[in-house]
Design a protein around this ligand. Structure first.
Ligand code: ACM
Ligand code: ZN
Length: 683
């Protein structure tokens, strides 16, 4: 069968056959057959060829020669087992490297695959079915399956907080469990360097240690480094030996470890240890390397040489995000470099640095990945772009010939709150529940040609607010499952109800195994007020803005504050929260259309300290008559109103007045920042 017609028939079956099964990620097809397959048995394995058996053995199938599938239900095999047959064949005509087919009949497991990855996926599916078996038997079924995307990954930031090596093994196990295949380790950042580099011992004697354990305390405090062995030092690093063992363990489970070494920015910990690598030689550490200094390249290349020696991954991530470049314009070495290389500006030194590093990697048979900021500079097309800021840059990257890995923050950053944020614990910024992560449509709007440049999808766990391994478990699980399913299926067809049901069951299983997954079954969900429209006297009334709302956080514009739509925990663009940042913040007049009795005016204000959204520090409502005379109804002022966790407060007035116009003012006081409100409720 040609690939296209195979794909078409598989797509047809996907919609026809997948409902009612419990697998995550959902397989391409799932056709129940009659009968069931008892677990209590040993197997006679019948591979079609030696090559098949080699691949299947590498994927772990040999275990079934000596133990039974009931082991996956935690039972020891009974003595009077009968014998089953595992028939192994390869696809004669399917080039997709990870495809597998699994047909379970009462006596025989029919398995097809072409590669170790395919055999591994088949075994993973079989284990899941065995673990879910009813009355000691698996219901018979036929599954045809293959992933839509080649790269299905997660990034773990081990810099902001450091986790002992067993945590990384656990993450590898979860990736394998959901048929994912990349663990991207964010090994370096201001908060600590995490990989032993033999040539530069200060990276692990000093740059790996800081003077406060909690990232927030440290970042808002000294931002000072410590030394290995200091009593109060927090930090740590992985030895090359530990990392090599991890690579091997992961490789046996189909997971490639992709290292990331940050450059030119996010590097204070390095430049505090090796002063000559920044433009200013500031002993507190500068965020950016000096790209004018040839020593910077010597350092980076020596580091990468050791990194490549430990990590066989073809793909090496070199950061490239959020470079402030503040010291470059006044640095004589940087200015000289701009001249010598005939660069258009000092800012272009970032592109120069990444291009040189890309060439270094290319000469060694590797390809670099960088965050999407590198698109601002001309880059060779073999530089792969990891999208994080904005999904609209996907097409820009592809149009320039780059391959792309999708990790847009709005869907794929798993450091945000996954439930009602006012319940805590503190997380990073926004509300990004499982439904939001699952709702990402990574391939939407892309042509077939554009899709061929999408390598895959990745969840990212930044760990500023993830201090312990248990927090890693809670933040990754179950949102990792949504990434897994979107990567495997391509995320075009969505059935959130089915996915959520499977994810709740999986969370329960994980928790029963002692893994501290978020208790999805007890999810509180979005702010109740946001779930249905509110009816009140000002619905549809005109709002005259004396100060503008912000162009990004419009909540729909002029009608937003009287449309009955209330804000949820997501305050982002497109939400019902209207944002104000210009001087004076909120200053508007509500026109009720005619004089009426007013007993209550209420406005909700959102507060989240991370993104600098504050409650008002001053607030005033006045009734205004036709002549413009104001009768003050309420004024309220507070010096600073801040909650640690995102929250909503209602501000307003109650009393008795007849008026047509209400003049409403709110300001944000000395903290500056934003005011966000969703509706002016009048009763
Ligand atoms: C990033 O979030 N700075 C890649
Ligand atoms: Zn410089």
């Amino acid at each position: 069968m040609r690939q296209s017609s195979l794909l078409l028939s598989l797509l047809f079956l996907w919609t026809a056959g997948v409902k009612g099964q419990s697998l995550i990620p959902s397989p391409l097809t799932y056709q129940p057959l009659t009968g069931s397959h008892p677990l209590e048995r040993t197997y006679r394995i019948e591979p079609e060829s030696k090559a098949i058996w080699r691949e299947a053995k590498a994927a772990g199938w040999d275990v079934l020669q000596s133990s039974s599938l009931s082991a996956y239900r935690g039972h020891s095999a009974s003595r009077n087992r009968n014998q089953g047959i595992i028939s192994m064949a390869c696809y004669a005509d399917d080039p997709r490297p990870e495809a597998y087919a699994l047909r379970i009949t009462p006596d025989t497991l029919w398995v097809k695959a072409n590669t170790t990855d395919g055999w591994r996926h088949a075994l993973t599916t079989l284990r899941r079915l065995a673990a879910d078996a009813n009355n000691g038997a698996i219901p018979c079924v036929s599954i045809e399956d293959a992933p839509a995307m080649a790269w299905r990954g997660v990034m773990l930031d081990v810099s902001r907080h450091f986790y002992p090596i067993p945590t990384l093994y656990n993450v590898v196990d979860w990736l394998a469990r959901y048929k994912m295949n990349r663990l991207h380790l964010h090994l370096t950042d201001a908060a600590g360097w995490r990989m032993e580099i033999k040539r530069y011992p200060l990276l692990t004697k000093q740059a790996a240690w800081r003077d406060a354990a909690l990232w927030k305390t440290w970042w808002n405090g000294t931002r000072a480094y410590a030394h290995e062995g200091d009593t109060a030092a927090y930090g740590g690093y992985y030895t090359q030996k530990q990392l090599r063992q991890l690579v091997k363990y992961a490789s046996r489970r189909g997971v490639t470890i992709v290292p990331e070494i940050e450059m030119p920015a996010h590097s204070e910990e390095v430049t505090a240890a090796y002063l000559e690598l920044s433009c200013t030689h500031d002993p507190k550490g500068q965020p950016d390397f000096c790209p004018g200094n040839e020593g910077t390249f010597t350092f980076l290349q020596n580091v990468l040489a050791e990194v490549m020696d430990v990590f066989p991954s073809t793909d090496i991530h070199v950061g490239g995000d959020e470079a402030g470049k503040a010291a470059w314009p006044t640095c004589s070495l940087c200015r000289q470099r701009v001249k010598d290389e005939d660069l258009p500006s000092v800012q272009a030194l970032q592109g120069y640095l990444i291009r040189r590093i890309a060439a270094y990697a290319r000469e060694r048979g590797r390809r670099i990945i960088a965050w999407d900021e590198v698109l601002d500079d001309s880059m060779p097309t073999d530089v792969q772009v990891m999208i994080w800021r904005d999904t609209t840059t996907v097409r820009k990257a592809i149009a320039r010939g780059h391959d792309v890995i999708l990790a847009p923050g709005a869907f794929c950053y798993l450091d945000a709150y996954q439930d009602d944020p006012s319940l805590g614990p503190e997380a990073n910024g926004a509300y990004r529940p499982l439904s939001r992560v699952y709702g990402y449509r990574p391939l939407a709007g892309l042509s077939v040609e554009e899709r061929s440049h999408i390598r895959g999808i990745q969840g990212c766990l930044w760990t500023e607010y993830v201090p312990t391994p248990a927090d890693v478990e809670r933040m990754l699980l179950p949102r990792l499952l949504a990434i897994a399913e979107n990567g495997w299926t391509g995320g075009c067809e969505k059935d959130y109800a089915s996915f959520r049901q499977r994810a709740v069951a999986e969370c329960n299983r994980l928790r029963a195994q002692g893994i501290q997954a978020f208790n999805l079954g007890a999810e509180v969900g979005d702010r109740p007020a946001s779930r249905q429209p509110v009816w009140h006297k000002a619905r549809g009334a005109k709002v005259i803005y004396h100060r503008p709302y912000n162009n990004t956080y419009t909540a729909g514009g002029e009608t937003a504050l009287t449309d009955g739509r209330r804000g949820g925990w997501d305050y982002g663009a497109g939400s019902a929260w209207q944002g104000f940042i210009s001087r004076g913040r909120i200053d508007l007049t509500l026109d009720l259309g005619k004089v009426m009795d007013v007993r209550r005016v209420a406005m909700d204000f959102f507060q989240s300290a991370g993104p600098e959204i504050y409650l008002p520090s001053s607030f005033r409502i006045a009734a205004v008559d036709e002549a413009g005379q104001e009768t003050e109804l309420v004024t309220r002022s507070e010096t600073t109103v801040r909650h640690t966790l995102p929250s909503v407060e209602t501000w307003g007035w109650q009393g008795e007045i007849r008026t047509r116009y209400l003049h409403i003012q709110a300001n944000s006081g000395p903290l500056g920042g934003w005011l966000f409100t969703d509706e002016i409720i009048v009763e």
